[in-house]
Design a protein around this ligand. Structure first.
Ligand code: C2E
Ligand code: CA
Ligand code: CA
Length: 740
């Protein structure tokens, strides 16, 4: 049961382990998609920022240019409305130069003659911006060299000036240092890692921040080519820039660079312009990298947890499996192998020629009942060790159950095997000595096996052989082939029929009267059991009592008989009949049960009759310690019972114990009575009876069959006579009739 339970638990663990694994996979998938999403989102965000920066720069630049152009236009209108001469105008313009961060401003008359705020005089009549202004256009030029001073890169803003009459009479101009555009650009959102450019559709760079293309005299295509080796891409950019449909690209190179193009509304000269923002990917990666690092830590933690959980699961799985095997194959009581292991081990053996030995301890119950289960278990453990140290390599053994052991012995010589049994027996008895418990004998049944017989049936045969000798005091082993098994079948039938017979009340109590020796009349009786078989025949107690004493059923039967006798006494009392004390036999095996005296007294009380109508016959025995009998006798006395020492003189009893045991009546066994007629035997009887009387015991003689015996017993003052001479055991109705 336990094994099955643990197996289920292990299965559950495996399921749990699988679930854990699936969960782990899901967790990892979720984590990866999360990382992907995060890095994708970050990428998108970077691109978005790139675009924002470009648009912002575009707005700043355009706003600035528009502001400047608006100013110039407004100022030119003022000129139309209020007349001022050229010198006066230039003088007035000076105050705006610094404010708008121009290099200079000036007035160009219709001839192209120029007067500037920094006092320069020149003629611009060939300059395209002058021509455009005279055609009514407001313009800002591309990057040009300053014709007045040092050919510094400048952009010129020009607006026409109208007369009151409405025709163009000149132009206002402002020279703007191209470098100033660069100062407007801003890449702060990339912490300086990005760069921005202002380029024309021809790729000419006129403002930059973050790179030094202009210093290196590069145009944008040169610059791109310095980042990527992809010439096709450079060409593509050149095309798309011209067409005006470029927005963003990624330059693949040693490090990838993202570029965003924001087309400007204002043209410089005739040329469309772009604000371009660039960002090397490593900036982006640094940012993603940061996120990655957090995720990585997270991932490591998850992996560690998973690994720990997995290891834990595997370890506990292995442990559980080991426990299962332990449970399945080990014996709790001895700590050694169990029968299952023995079978497993034997079945795995290729060559198993040798003997299967079934061993058990006769009367092991005594140990459990008298000394307690703990001592019993201790003995079982010690026996296991005795067997262990007596077995050779490749031999094995196990406890099967209760006090039953199985051994495989690879001996081929039967005589050696017998010697080994003798040694084991000696060591087991020695262990019992050490424990200070009653001596109980091991018995061995032996079956020679070969590879054709299963271990289970071999054990069965060995057990049958063992039963042949069990209880035999001279020989404690039996080889299967030497055994006579005819009786065993008979005994098995009796054993199987016992419970049913109790239930169906097929055990009958017969009564054998006991007579007063001096003045013969019935004074009491002994209750003797018989088994009424299904076919109506009577089975004598000699057939089944020894068997039930061995298998422990006797306790039930004794109690049954005692109860039956009490019931009958009560019935006779209720019917107003005369009743006499009846002695009931109690087997030794029945005495081992806890509180037996109290139990018997309770039965008497349950019928509400006096305990003096019940007596108990107990046999003295060699195997039970006097001390224990002593205690039991006292206990029975305390409960008010009269005790008869049964079968005195049949071999087990000794004169010495008469003194020690406080019985009330001594029953002389039939074997002693049979001495009558023999002088020596008669002398012995005289002494026994004299001694018993001196010790205060009454004497009953059993098995008295003749007048000669009766006369002798009367002479030596025996008290009661029981035997065929007066009466055989009688069925209850005959005994009842006799009492009347
Ligand atoms: P036991 O207690 O010694 O009982 C006396 C036996 O001697 C009885 O045999 C009885 O029939 C027999 N007997 C009596 N007088 C004579 C005689 O003059 N000559 C001969 N040859 N035999 C005589 P039974 O009834 O067959 O009982 C045999 C044994 O079975 C009893 O011996 C007793 O040990 C046991 N027994 C009987 N009933 C019970 C019982 O209820 N419980 C227990 N534990 N044992 C019982
Ligand atoms: Ca008896
Ligand atoms: Ca007897």
């Amino acid at each position: 049961m336990e094994v099955v339970y643990i197996m289920q638990k292990v299965k559950l663990r495996i399921h749990r382990f699988l679930v854990l694994g699936v969960l782990a996979i899901f967790a990892l998938i979720a984590l990866f998609s999360c990382i992907k999403k995060v890095s994708g989102a970050l990428n998108e965000q970077i691109q978005e920022t790139l675009k924002d920066v470009a648009e912002q720069n575009k707005k700043i630049v355009e706003k600035d240019i528009k502001l400047k152009l608006n100013f110039l236009q407004g100022y030119s209108k003022d000129l139309t409305n209020s007349y001022k001469d050229n010198t006066e105008v230039v003088e007035h313009l000076k105050s705006y130069v610094d404010y708008f961060e121009f290099k200079r401003m000036g007035y160009i008359d219709s001839e192209g003659q120029v007067l500037t705020t920094d006092g320069k005089i020149a003629n611009f009549k060939d300059e395209s911006y002058f021509k455009d202004a005279m055609n009514g256009k407001t313009t800002i030029t591309g990057v040009i060299g300053d014709v007045i001073g040092h050919s510094e890169s400048i952009n010129v803003l020009t607006v026409p000036v109208y007369s009151k009459e409405g025709y163009i009479e000149g132009a206002l101009f402002a020279a703007y240092r191209t470098v100033k555009f660069s100062q407007m650009l801003n890449v702060s959102s990339f912490e300086g890692a990005g760069s921005s450019l202002l380029v024309t559709k021809d790729g000419e760079i006129f403002a930059e921040i973050g790179i030094n293309a202009m210093g290196n005299k590069m145009d944008m295509f040169d610059y791109i080519a310095s980042i990527t080796s992809d010439e096709d891409l450079v060409e593509k950019v050149r095309e798309e820039l011209k067409e005006g449909d470029i927005t963003e690209i990624v330059l693949k190179g040693e490090e990838n660079t993202h570029m965003y193009f924001a087309p400007m509304d204002i043209k410089l000269g005739d040329k469309k312009c772009y604000v371009v923002t660039l960002l090397p990917e490593n900036v982006l990666q640094d940012r993603v990298g940061n996120v990655w690092k957090h995720l990585e830590n997270f991932l490591i933690i998850i992996v560690v947890i998973l690994v720990v959980a997995t290891v834990f699961t595997i370890v506990s799985y292995v442990r559980q499996s080991r426990k299962v095997i332990e449970l399945a194959y080990s014996d709790k009581v001895t700590g050694g192998n169990n029968y299952a292991y023995f079978l497993h081990n034997m079945n795995a053996k290729k060559d198993r020629s040798g003997f299967i030995v079934a061993m058990d301890i006769d009367e092991f119950r005594i140990i459990n009942n008298i000394c307690g289960v703990k001592t019993g278990d201790d003995l079982l453990k010690r026996i296991w060790k005795v067997l262990k140290r007596n077995l050779k390599l490749l031999e094995s053994h196990a406890r099967v159950n209760a006090d039953r052991y199985i051994m495989f012995m690879s001996e081929d010589d039967k005589e050696v095997l017998k010697e080994r049994f003798a040694k084991i027996t000696k060591e087991i008895l020695n262990e019992e000595d050490l424990l200070g418990i009653p001596k109980v004998m091991p018995y061995f049944g032996v079956y020679a096996i070969d590879n054709n017989v299963s271990i289970e049936s071999a054990y069965g045969y060995a057990n049958q052989a063992k039963h042949i000798v069990k209880g035999n005091h001279k020989k404690n082993f039996c080889f299967y082939e030497d055994g006579d098994y005819r009786d065993r079948i008979e005994l098995k039938k009796l054993e199987d029929g016992f419970e049913g017979a109790i239930k169906d009340r097929r055990f009958e109590v017969w009564y054998q009267p006991k007579y007063d020796a001096k003045n013969p009349h019935v004074v009491s009786a002994e209750a003797l059991v018989r088994w009424r078989a299904n076919d109506g025949s009577l089975i004598p107690p000699g057939k089944f009592i020894p068997l039930f004493e061995k298998n422990g059923m006797i306790a039930t039967l004794d109690e049954y008989v005692f109860d039956e006798v009490c019931r009958r006494q009560k019935k006779w009392l209720d019917e107003g009949r005369r009743i006499l004390p009846v002695s009931v036999n109690i087997s030794r095996a029945s005495l081992y049960y806890e509180n037996v005296a109290k139990r018997y007294r309770q039965i008497v009380d349950s019928y509400g009759i006096s305990v003096e109508y019940l007596q108990l016959e107990i046999t003295e025995s060699a195997t039970i310690e006097n001390e224990d009998i002593h205690k039991l006798v006292d206990e029975f006395h305390k409960e008010g019972f009269t005790l008869l020492l049964d079968d005195f003189g049949n071999g087990y009893s000794s004169l010495a114990t008469l003194n020690e045991l406080h019985f009330d009546v001594l029953k002389l066994d039939k074997s002693l009575i049979d001495y009558i007629g023999d002088k020596k035997g008669e002398t012995l009887l005289v002494h026994i009876v004299g001694l018993a009387r001196n010790l205060g015991l009454l004497i009953t003689a059993e098995g008295v069959e003749t007048k000669v015996q009766l006369d002798f017993l009367r002479e030596i003052e025996c008290n009661d006579i029981q035997g065929y001479y007066f009466s055989k055991p009688l069925p209850v109705n005959e005994y009842e009739a006799m009492l009347a």
